[in-house]
Design a protein around this ligand. Structure first.
Ligand code: SF4
Ligand code: SF4
Length: 215
């Protein structure tokens, strides 16, 4: 899931300066879950924009705006209303926003309503947690299924920095030291010998951007 947060309303208003009418595009998946681009979030921002004297001409919520086929369908259904608006505001992640740009087939100004934070897991308490940075060269097999690159504050791959205190990270005392978690997990699985292996520097070429995978 892509975790987003809505931009500060004042910043959004600044982007929309000069636009009297706005069409809003949300996201039926991740941004709905993050409460940044679902129906309720759109209704709230619509009311706030109207209070500022803007006309919201309409809105649509593609099931997943990052998927070209899905966003194209919604854009086609709303083409006339979009064309009659001065601007489009997208409440989705960076993927969704760029997908709207590429599939709108119009020079209509498109504005960004959300900041994209990270790829996150959702725990049972409804907290979004960053656990993988999509490095393209996964080491979880060797680290007790705990990602050192993402969960260690320094992204260390060959063991701890030595700064942990009672299992907490020296960078953030509220967070568990990832390498203590890794150690405990490997110990439990009787795989501590994995810690003796010196790993070569990570092959960052595997995460060279922009990446592309053909089906
Ligand atoms: S090593 Fe970490 S960042 Fe890389 S793919 Fe595996 S979980 Fe993701
Ligand atoms: S204390 Fe642990 S998690 Fe924090 S930076 Fe050092 S090794 Fe990484």
């Amino acid at each position: 899931m892509i975790i987003t947060k809505q931009k500060d309303f004042k910043e959004i208003l600044k982007y929309l300066e000069g636009a009297k009418s706005v069409f809003i595009i949300g996201c039926g998946e991740c941004s709905t879950t993050c409460k940044t681009g679902g129906e309720d979030d759109i209704k709230k921002i619509k009311a706030a924009l109207e209070k500022e004297g803007k006309t919201v001409t309409g809105y649509c919520i593609p099931e997943a705006p990052c998927i070209a086929a899905k966003v194209k369908l919604e854009l086609a259904k709303n083409r006339k209303t979009i064309e009659s608006s001065d601007a489009v505001l997208v409440l989705a992640c960076g993927l969704g926003i760029q997908s709207v740009k590429e599939n709108l087939r119009s020079e209509k100004p498109i504005h960004v309503g959300c900041d994209t934070l990270f790829m996150g897991a959702i725990d049972s308490g409804g907290v979004f947690l960053e656990k993988c940075s999509a490095c393209g060269d996964c080491v979880l097999e060797l680290t007790g299924l705990i990602c050192p690159l993402t969960r260690c504050s320094k992204g260390l791959l060959n063991g701890p920095c030595g700064g942990q205190d009672k299992g907490k990270c020296e960078v953030d005392k509220n967070r568990d030291c990832a390498w203590i978690l890794i150690y405990n997990e490997l110990k439990k699985k009787n795989k501590l010998d994995l810690l003796r292996e010196i790993r070569p520097p990570k092959d960052h070429s595997k995460a060279g951007k922009p990446r592309e995978v053909k089906l």
